[in-house]
Design a protein around this ligand. Structure first.
Ligand code: SF4
Ligand code: SF4
Length: 445
C-alpha cells in the first residue's frame, strides 16, 4: 500500500447535534432480535430453545469456528423464536427472539472473571462477547491474541469518531472516563512496556479535556488531538497519522508493535473485568433531519430501530431513508424492525429532500476520486473492471489493481461529480472476487 506524505482526507460537515447532550437510558423494548452474525467470523450457535426463560447476560449462543463470538441475552424474558432472518444488507443469518418481561433480571452467575495469566485473560475476553465497536465487529479476543506473539509498543485508543452525526464514542469519553482508565489499566498488565495514545479529533474538546484530566498523572498515556477530517478513524489512516507507520496489504498491525482499540470497546472490556457483564448494551446516536429529538440512547443489543426512534421523539416527517450507521459507512434499512447489533453506533433518519439520490452519469475523468483516496487506489479502475465481460479478466484486473486494499471509506463516492457509486461498486467487486476464486478453487479439486 502506498501512502502520500500527507494522507488525502475530506472535510465533511460534522452535524454532531448530540455531542453536548448527556446520553439517556430507557426502559427495555418489548422484544429483542439477536442475530448470530453480529461479529466478523463464524456465526454463533444457539444454546437455548424456544420457551426458555433467560436472564440478562446469560449465554444464548456459543462461539463455534474461526473468530466466532458468543451472544448473551440482553433482556430477561422468554425465547419466542429461533429462526432464519435476512438482514438489511441482504445477508442471511439466524436470530434468537426474546420477549422481554420488563424486569431486566440479571443472570446471578455473572461475576468478575478471575484471571492471572495471559491465557486466562484471553479466555475470559472470549467469553465476554466483546467485539470491536468502531464498526468492524472483529472479536476482541482475536485482536488481543496477538499478545502471544508480538511485543506491543503502542496501543492506539481510537476516539476519532470521524463519521458525521455519530457521537457515541464521544459521550463514552465524557461520561465514562473512569471505564477508559480501568480499561487501560487492564491492558497494562499484559503490555507492561506499551505506551497508550488516546487519539481524538479536535472537534471533541470536552472529550480531549476529560481524557487529559483523568490521565494527567500517568506518563504512559498520551492524549493526542487529531485534525478533524474524514476518515481519520480508519485503521490505516489513524495509524499513519499517529505513529507514521504504514501497514502493508496482508500484514498484521501487531507485527508493527501496534494495537488499535476503539475507546468504547475498551470501556466495555473494563466493565466486563469489573463485574462480568458481557457485551449486552450500547449507546446509539439517533439523529438525522427526520428525527424529532436527536439523542444518544443506551439500549440492549437487539433493540429494533423503531423503538430507538420512538425514544428520540419519533419521526418529525416521513423519512426518505433510514440508515444503520453513519452517512458514509452505514447502510439503508427497509424496515424499522431491523435490530441494532453489537457494533451499531447510530440510527439516522433523513427527510425526503436529504435522501434524494442523484442519478449517476458517465465518468468525466476528473481524477477527484483518485486524488482523494487515502490508500492511493484508483477507483475508476475498479469501476471499469466490473464492466469487463470476461470473468477471469475481471477478477484478475481487480486483483492487480489491489481492490482488497480498499478500506470502503466512501471518500471516492463522496467527491465524484458524476455521482458514481464507487464504494458500492468496490463492495460488489469484492464479493465477486471472493466468489470467483472460491468457485475456481472448488472446480480445481
Ligand atoms: S472507498 Fe476504497 S477506493 Fe474509494 S476512496 Fe475509500 S479506500 Fe479509496
Ligand atoms: S470522481 Fe467520478 S467522474 Fe471523476 S474520475 Fe472519478 S469516477 Fe470519474
Amino acid at each position: 500500500m502506498n501512502f502520500r506524505k500527507k494522507l488525502s482526507t475530506l472535510k465533511v460537515p460534522h452535524n454532531k447535534h448530540t455531542a453536548g447532550v448527556h446520553s439517556i437510558c430507557v426502559d427495555p423494548p418489548k422484544e429483542v432480535l439477536l442475530p448470530m452474525t453480529m461479529h466478523a467470523g463464524a456465526p454463533a450457535v444457539p444454546v437455548v430453545a424456544v420457551g426458555d426463560y433467560v436472564r440478562v447476560g446469560q449465554l444464548v449462543a456459543r462461539d463455534e469456528g474461526r473468530f466466532s463470538c458468543p451472544v448473551h441475552a440482553t433482556v430477561s424474558g422468554t425465547v419466542t423464536a429461533i429462526e432464519p432472518y435476512q438482514q438489511a444488507d441482504g445477508t442471511k443469518t439466524t436470530i434468537i427472539r426474546i420477549e422481554s418481561d420488563g424486569k431486566m433480571e440479571r443472570d446471578p452467575n455473572l461475576k468478575a472473571p478471575k484471571v492471572e495469566t495471559l491465557d486466562e485473560f484471553l479466555d475470559a475476553v472470549k467469553s465476554s462477547g466483546i467485539v470491536g465497536l468502531g464498526g468492524a465487529a472483529f472479536p476482541l479476543y482475536g485482536k488481543l491474541d496477538a499478545l502471544r506473539r508480538n511485543k506491543i509498543e503502542t496501543v492506539l485508543v481510537n476516539g476519532a469518531e470521524c463519521e458525521p452525526y455519530i457521537t457515541s464514542d464521544h459521550r463514552t469519553m465524557v461520561e465514562h472516563s473512569d471505564l477508559v482508565v480501568k480499561g487501560i489499566n487492564v491492558l497494562k498488565k499484559y503490555m507492561p512496556e506499551a505506551k497508550f495514545v488516546i487519539s481524538i479529533e479536535a472537534n471533541k474538546p470536552d472529550a480531549i479535556e476529560e481524557m487529559k484530566r483523568v490521565f494527567a498523572d500517568d506518563p504512559t498515556v498520551e492524549v493526542r488531538e487529531l485534525e478533524t477530517v474524514y476518515p481519520q478513524g480508519a485503521k490505516q489512516v489513524i495509524l499513519y497519522n499517529v505513529t507514521g507507520k504504514v501497514v502493508k496489504g496482508g500484514q498484521r498491525l501487531a507485527s508493527l508493535g501496534v494495537i488499535i482499540i476503539n475507546v468504547t470497546t475498551l470501556s466495555k472490556l473494563a466493565q466486563f473485568m469489573e463485574d462480568g457483564t458481557p457485551l449486552i448494551d450500547r449507546c446509539v446516536t439517533v439523529d438525522g433531519s427526520a428525527i424529532a429529538e436527536p439523542k444518544n440512547i443506551v439500549v440492549p443489543v437487539g433493540t429494533p430501530a423503531k423503538y430507538l426512534i420512538e425514544q428520540a421523539g419519533g419521526l418529525s416527517t416521513e423519512p426518505g431513508k433510514v440508515l444503520i450507521g453513519g452517512p458514509m459507512l452505514g447502510h439503508a434499512i427497509g424496515s424499522l424492525d431491523e435490530p441494532i447489533q453489537k457494533a451499531t453506533n447510530a440510527i439516522l433518519a433523513f427527510n425526503k429532500k436529504d435522501s434524494k439520490l442523484l442519478e449517476p452519469s458517465d465518468c468525466i475523468h476528473c481524477g477527484r476520486c483518485v486524488s482523494v483516496c487515502p490508500v492511493f487506489l484508483n477507483p475508476t479502475a475498479f469501476d471499469r473492471a466490473m464492466r469487463l465481460e470476461n470473468e477471469n479478466e475481471r477478477a484478475d484486473t481487480l486483483e492487480r489493481e489491489s481492490l482488497n486494499q480498499c478500506i470502503e471509506c466512501a471518500c471516492c463516492s463522496y467527491v465524484c461529480p458524476a455521482h458514481r457509486p464507487l464504494m458500492e461498486t468496490n463492495k460488489q467487486a469484492k464479493r465477486f472476487v471472493r466468489k470467483h476464486y472460491a468457485a475456481k478453487k472448488e472446480g480445481g479439486k
